[in-house]
Design a protein around this ligand. Sequence first.
Ligand code: PGA
Length: 252
Amino acid sequence: MSREILLMGNWKMNHTICETVDFLKECKKQKLVKLAKDKNITLAIAPTYLSLQVAAKNSNGIHISAQDCHYMDHGAYTSNISVPMLKEIGVNWSLVGHSERRAYEGDSSETCNKKIKALVSNGFKVVYCVGETLDQFEQNQTKDVIKQQVTVGLDGLTKEEVSNIIIAYEPVWSIGTGKNASKEIAQDICSYIRGLLTESYQDLAQNTLILYGGSVKPENIHDYLTESDVDGALVGGASLKAESFKALIENI
Ligand code: PGA
């Protein structure tokens, strides 16, 4: 079974609008989409809300994703952005459940489930992030945590809806710490996630993209992609500069 590879940058709270445009201009100049396409790699970036509109206009084949959204279409939810608002500016991808949202903004898997439902019913691709904390890792609870996050996050979704979901396994202890998980750990958990998906959605699980994320760099990305259940990477810090983004593609 050969699945495409997805390389996705999560920019978090980095890059102004001008910096976003500069990045995309550089990607165009260096023909990164073509470079990626030749290697069966799809590219996506998730800039801040403010940069999304201009990014969507200058994307040149790179998928533009929100980092989050609200599950309601509109209403009294100060500071939030809804799915129709994203749609209006030509954005049809979103991350959901990133560990920084779970840790600092209180997103539970139940909340993620509502967001995912709102997104997929509007035709969005969703990159649903799951992962255990250091404490949970040390207590050997990784698979229990992942199972809870996956089953609650995807609860009630049809097979067709799940076909628009990508899962990103990001151990919290590896995010932004330089302590990337070994490729064996990444493979073990990505394959565990595929097993969970197989239980509920049978053959669809073979087509679902499952990414690893957490301190992925040009120097270590290749290792992950040699594992059979790791279909790509969700990259924070190393996705911010076009040069480094290019090096990630080249090293896959
Ligand atoms: P990092 O972030 O690559 O900087 O560790 C990954 C992420 O949070 O998605």
